[in-house]
Design a protein around this ligand. Sequence first.
Ligand code: HEM
Length: 181
Amino acid sequence: MYGIVNKALQEMVCAEYGSETWQKILLKAGMMEEVFLSNEPYPDSTTYSIVGATSTLTGLPAEQLLQKFGRYWVLETGRRSYGHLLKSGGENLQDFLINLPNFHAKIFLIYPNLQPPEFQCQPVGAHSIKVKYFSHRAGLAPFVVGLLFGIGELFETTVTVEQTKTRAAANDFDEFLVVWE
Ligand code: HEM
């Protein structure tokens, strides 16, 4: 994944647990590298190792860490560096989620070797939407849950997120039901 992901993780961990813990995380993850370059692609294993080492050293289960990171990605990284992209995604939560399948197409302009996730979104009534998430990476469903909560907060809308399907042999996607008031 592009370095921006590792960099954002680093920022979140340092803000929460301090830079000394971050140094220990790098050591535990077997990494010498301290500076991630946003536009440089890194092996996915780097990101997974950081998540694993952070979870071990902080005691926060990886799923909770990923969920926290999803929220951070939208509300901190996204808002700070890609506010214009988030704005162009829609004027309210429902529009943003309906447009979500096209979101990463714009990001190819910034990160040409992007291997983005895929989404299929289908409204279910006026206040909820079904979000199907496809990825060639495993284990990132909790990240998506955090992203969906973050998008809710972005639009100052309280949401509930329920995972209604889990990727398995029978289906190659995770599915979430997002409901708002
Ligand atoms: C704020 C602007 C955003 C930017 C700049 C961005 C950019 C990226 C980048 C660079 C990656 C790493 C993939 C790679 O390097 O191959 C990624 C992954 C991902 N993005 Fe976005 N993204 C943004 C917003 C979103 C939003 C709103 C969602 C909504 C759900 C989302 C869902 C994901 C997921 C789930 C992944 C993990 C990769 C996977 O599942 O295979 N992103 N994104």
